[in-house]
Design a binder for this molecule. Structure first.
Ligand code: ATP
Ligand code: MG
Ligand code: K
Length: 711
């Protein structure tokens, strides 16, 4: 079983693997640790990662990047709309209201969902892991931004499925960082709590988390974020600055030319990086457009001036994190910054001022997320033994469920009153299970939604669950227990529904009555709301202990609206009440996302595309082999094979080699793998005998020499 952690960034991805000796961030084919998050569609194949980045400039309209910004968001999302403006490829609205990416692939226009494209990125990362581990990669842990919605989380899981991966956990990036920070620390206090703020300023977003560390454990106290504040906003500020400048100075409108836009943006990004280490920086682009070379120059002060609107937003997530953690700034003992955009000096200045202390950069800021994910994967994997370390994660949003109140009887027509309660308040531990009791006479439904949409830009509705059919044999309104789960990935679902019916059974009085109640599990200790008036809320909530709590998180959640009453009146006397449990079917509708059957088909499609890529790679290899043979043989014929061929033989073969070389650049430029294999064989038929003659001679040679020497 594989133990792998993936960090999929807006810009770059990293793969970390766990080996018995520790965690390694592994290298891709180009010997780099960072792999660009790019899929470039070509006429014959896809180019993913580093290969994709290499072809972007030549093929900007079919090079898909920024996928992390696109997944799991409706097309109408204003943030998405803003993002689309600076992307060189085309995104249209699909029939389901979600974005579809258009690209020219295998000679025709096609559309792909962002989830599908993320699946391609994952496939590439999976291969990087496999090459390094020399084993199949399936089990993994994937880092996600803390602000990802239910739908975005589901999209990441679907993309993983498409790539043939099985995530044991989707892990919040800042939590992964905190784990990578804490697990190796040997000086964590036994009793006091060490509070550390982690600030990640990445390419497109900023995330903050405050974690409390003690020996052997880490507890997330608060998460906060700004979904769109990152390095690219500074690039954009510089881009706007120079676009205006060039309009005035060179009379060119960069926005009219996709390639010029890309080049200027890339130059601005470089400029920004230079300004992190230098007080000023030049910008020169040859032949940007209309055959004009452009020149520019900017000082750090001016850069900071044009960045004010961005910099002003940095403080808000910091304040929010402190507030939610219930901490004063003095109670944060250490500040750790990660994310490459935090290298911008003015950001560091703001952080220093806010916390009243210099933030530290102890972590390898680009690798910490993937490392933390690999560590989490190792903790969850049965095949690895990891130092005892608990991760207590908390959820960043409040989740509510709502339902329609049931009419107690047909004369009383108040059936439509919508009721609801918060099942998982913000800060709820992950994972967690809650149980609710309903009194219903037939099939009913429950909506799962966000309690506060101001926290996120998403529709409030997440999913609807239909519970039923069921039939109660006893009373008209049956007692139904519904379990709602917030799983390890931070995805909410109704897990099960159970019909609970009390039956009276004759039980002889036993001699050890005290043992009886102990046999009941928590399921049976339910409040009995049947005594309540019909217009009172008819759902009761309780904590259910999750046996599957992989990280050992306790379900320490505030009391529900209607606290649970224990059935203290159970006495072990005949006749006795016994609870009969029957499972009730539950069906799920998620608003958005790909239906499970469709994901299956996408797995197939990905397999086909991957196969096509492989065939093309092999074709290139075989073509290269023919070319290499031509050069190699030609050299040898006039060198070490010279003595082993007759003149006519050499002339004939040399002509043949020349003919092949010409063919490679003309008719044979674009052939199938089989044709190149056949061509190589054909050449070898002529070349092999020469090679054999040469080998026989050289192998005999040394023996003779030795003999001579011995004599
Ligand atoms: P995200 O976290 O948003 O998903 P990511 O993880 O890919 O994206 P990072 O690799 O942490 O993002 O950061 C990339 C950003 O950091 C880019 O905008 C890049 O231009 C910027 N960056 C990299 N090096 C520097 C530097 N020396 N100075 C300023 N900015 C930098
Ligand atoms: Mg990142
Ligand atoms: K383990």
């Amino acid at each position: 079983m594989s133990v792998v952690g993936f960090d999929f960034g807006n810009e770059n991805c990293l793969v970390a693997v766990a080996r018995q000796r520790g965690i390694d961030v592994v290298l891709n084919d180009e010997s780099k640790r960072e792999t660009p998050s790019i899929v470039c569609f070509g006429d014959k194949q896809r180019f993913i990662g580093t290969a994709g980045a290499a072809t972007t400039m030549m093929n900007p309209k079919n090079s898909i990047s920024q996928i992390k910004r696109l997944i799991g968001r409706p097309f109408s999302d204003p943030e998405l709309q803003r993002d689309l403006k600076s992307l060189p490829f085309t995104v249209i609205e699909g029939p389901d209201g979600f974005p579809l990416i258009q690209a020219r692939y295998l000679g025709e226009m096609r559309t792909f969902t962002p989830t599908q494209v993320l699946g391609m990125v994952f496939s590439d990362l999976k291969i990087i892991g496999q090459k390094n581990l020399n084993a199949a990669v399936v089990d993994c842990c994937i880092g996600i931004p803390v602000y990802f919605t239910d739908l975005q989380r589901r999209a990441v899981l679907d993309a993983a499925t498409i790539a043939g991966l099985h995530p044991l956990r989707l892990m919040h990036e800042t939590t992964a960082t905190a784990l990578a920070y804490g697990i190796y620390k040997t000086d964590l206090p036994e009793n006091d709590q060490l509070n550390v703020a982690f600030v990640d300023v990445g390419h497109a977003s900023m995330q903050v988390c405050i974690a409390g560390f003690k020996k052997g454990q880490l507890k997330i106290l608060a998460h906060s974020f700004d979904r769109s504040l990152g390095g690219r906003d500074f690039d954009e500020a510089l881009f706007q600055h120079f676009t205006t400048k060039f309009k005035a100075e060179y009379h060119i409108d960069v926005n009219q030319n996709a390639r010029a836009c890309l080049r200027l943006r890339a130059a601005c990004e470089k400029l920004k990086k230079v300004l992190s280490a230098n007080p000023e920086a030049p910008l020169n682009i040859e032949c940007l457009m209309e055959e004009k070379d452009v020149r520019g120059f900017i000082k750090r002060e001016e850069f900071e001036q044009i960045s004010i609107p961005i910099l002003e937003r940095v403080k808000r997530p910091l304040e929010k994190a402190l507030q939610d953690a219930g901490l004063a700034v003095e109670n944060v003992h250490t500040v750790e910054v990660v994310g490459s955009a935090s290298r911008i000096p003015s950001i560091m200045k703001i952080l220093t001022e806010f916390f009243g202390k210099e933030p530290k950069r102890t972590m390898n800021s680009s690798e910490c997320v993937s490392r933390g994910c690999a560590l989490q994967c190792a903790i969850l994997s049965p095949t690895f033994k990891v130092r005892e370390f608990q991760v207590q994660e908390c959820f960043p949003f409040s989740i509510a469920i709502s339902w329609k109140g049931a009419a107690p009887d047909s004369q009383n027509g108040a059936a439509d009153n919508q009721q609801g309660t918060i099942v998982f308040p913000k800060g709820n531990p992950i994972p967690s299970i809650k149980a609710l009791t309903f009194y219903r006479s037939g099939t009913f439904s429950i909506d799962v939604k966000y309690a506060d949409v101001s926290e996120l830009q998403a529709p409030d509705k997440i999913s609807t669950y239909t519970i039923g059919p069921f039939q109660s044999t006893k009373s008209e309104r049956a007692k139904v227990k519904v379990k709602v789960r917030l799983n390890l990935h931070g995805i909410v679902s109704v897990e099960s529904a159970t019909l609970l019916e009390e039956e009276e059974v004759e039980v002889p009085v036993t001699k050890e009555p005290s043992k009886e109640p102990a046999k009941m599990d928590t399921d049976e200790v339910l409040s009995d709301a049947a005594t309540k008036g019909p217009n009172e809320a008819d759902a009761n909530m309780e904590e259910a202990k999750s046996a599957a709590d992989a990280s050992g998180v306790e379900n320490g959640v505030p009391e529900a609206d209607k606290p649970t009453q224990m059935e203290t009146d159970i006495k072990v006397e005949a006749p006795k009440k016994k609870v009969k449990k029957t499972n009730i079917p539950v069906s799920e509708v998620v608003y958005g996302g790909i239906p499970a059957a469709e994901v299956e088909k996408l797995v197939e499609k990905e397999y086909e595309m991957a196969l096509q890529d492989r065939v093309m790679e092999e074709t290139k290899e075989k073509k290269n082999a023919v070319e290499a043979y031509v050069y190699d043989m030609r050299n040898k014929l006039s060198d070490k094979y010279q003595e082993f061929v007759t003149d006519p033989e050499r002339e004939g073969f040399t002509a043949k080699l020349q003919e092949t070389e010409d063919w490679l650049y003309e008719d044979g430029e674009d052939e199938t793998k089989g044709v190149y294999i056949a061509k190589l064989e054909e050449l070898k038929k002529q070349g092999d005998p020469i090679e054999v003659r040469y080998k026989e001679y050289t192998e005999r040679g040394p023996v003779l020499d030795q003999l001579v020497y011995c004599i």
